[in-house]
Design a protein. Structure first.
Length: 395
């Protein structure tokens, strides 16, 4: 492939030239540097094209309670005021979008006031992330000087791969690329957390820190279901169920919320199915299907981050019935034409809206295995069927 073709297709990879040894060859520091560069670029290319990028493990942002920040705020009256808002970055490993491995060995304390740019210190929502960086270390005297150029008395003998903390009050742009391999990477920072309602001269509480903005390690981030407007496994009265299903009100209906945009043209009849399993005293378990249609979005939109599906028939629910909602997520495609990862693992997809206010009962496993909540659908495999249900009682 020529250089012109490479630029046209947007394949972001440098020329790969390795050193060719031959008898009598004279090698300089530049030759060995280029040999290192060849292997480093190959590793980075393999990493981002075959495996992807993101947070591999650790790198959590945690509050610090009762621990003095390294710098105190001078109130101007000769004494010291409150301590600056401070958080802790835990040890961990990540890979940035260029394929560089970012290793945080011992963790570090981050003074948010000190780290924020001066023109952003009036912000109440801030984002914390890390960048890959390098620094020269271990100064060493050269045995021979370069006869063709001025050289200092000492040169650093090693390059240490490290990281740099980034704190901003401006919302970072999302990586909209569908491929981490062929398209160039514009945003190098790995964002780890968003902190809301920040008082830069006060303590940061755990509930202010939201780490679900981070990108998990992989070639792409699957679109998942992040919320529904009912409580999974809950029991509703007949009237509450009617209101939820939109039986008699056009503004009602079941709402499904996604983490990213999905294609409206894939929201077709058959994708959502409402099945009623009859209960009550005596013989039961007969089933019937409830008719319905998509009320939102309308057909003029290309993408949407939610839909509302409303019952359009007049069947009557009775005491003891179970309403089973099935969403065939494999047929719902995101903006990159990948299927939504829809498995409702453990029935843990949270309720949204008014239902979330009454969803207080918990039974362990409140956060996913990564430890970063809230829970969403998905196993990483993509597709599958999202299933959830609720029960109906007389009153």
């Amino acid at each position: 492939m020529t250089e012109t073709q490479t630029q046209t297709t947007g394949f972001d990879a440098p020329p790969l030239r390795r050193l060719r040894y031959f008898h009598g060859q004279m090698l300089s520091a530049r030759d060995f540097q280029r040999e290192q560069e060849y292997f480093r670029e190959k590793l980075k290319l393999r990493m981002r094209c075959l495996l992807g990028y993101g947070v591999v493990c650790g790198l959590k942002i945690e509050p610090i309670f009762g621990v003095a920040a390294e710098s105190e705020v001078d109130t101007g009256g000769g004494g010291h005021g409150q301590l600056n808002a401070t958080v802790l970055l835990t040890p961990g490993l990540a890979v940035d979008c260029d394929g560089n491995e970012v290793v945080v060995r011992g963790g570090c304390r981050i003074d948010l006031l000190e780290s924020l740019p001066e023109d952003e210190r009036d912000k109440t929502t801030i984002w914390v992330g890390i960048d890959y960086c390098e620094r020269a270390v271990e100064p060493t005297r050269a045995v021979y000087n370069d006869a063709c150029a001025e050289t200092p008395d000492t040169e650093c003998a090693y390059i240490e791969e490290s990281y740099k903390v980034r704190v901003t009050g401006c919302e970072p742009p999302k990586d909209e690329r569908c491929s981490t391999c062929c398209e160039p990477c514009d945003h190098k920072t790995l964002w780890l957390a968003r902190i809301d309602d920040v008082d830069l001269r006060g303590a940061v509480r755990r509930e202010q820190i939201h780490m679900n903005i981070r990108r998990p390690f992989g070639k792409h981030v699957p679109t998942v279901i992040t919320g529904v407007n009912w409580i999974h496994g809950n029991t509703y009265t007949v009237d509450e169920a009617k209101a939820l299903l939109g039986t008699q009100h056009e503004d009602g209906g079941l709402v499904i919320q996604f983490s990213d945009n999905v294609r409206v043209d894939t929201l077709k009849p058959g994708v959502v199915e409402i099945q009623v399993i009859e209960g009550g005293a005596g013989r039961n378990a007969s089933t019937w299907y409830m008719g319905g249609k998509f009320e939102e979005p309308d057909g003029s939109a290309e993408f949407t981050d939610h839909f509302r599906y409303r019952q359009t028939t007049r069947e009557i629910l009775q005491d003891g019935d179970r309403v089973l909602v099935s969403v065939r997520a494999a047929f719902i495609l995101d903006r990159c034409c990948r299927p939504v990862d829809g498995t409702n693992v453990g029935g843990k997809v949270p309720a949204i809206g008014a239902s979330a206010e009454v969803q207080t009962e918990t039974h362990g496993c409140d956060v996913p295995p990564s430890g970063i909540g809230p829970w969403t659908s998905g196993t990483g495999a993509g597709g599958d069927v999202f299933e959830s249900w609720f029960f109906v009682k007389e009153s």
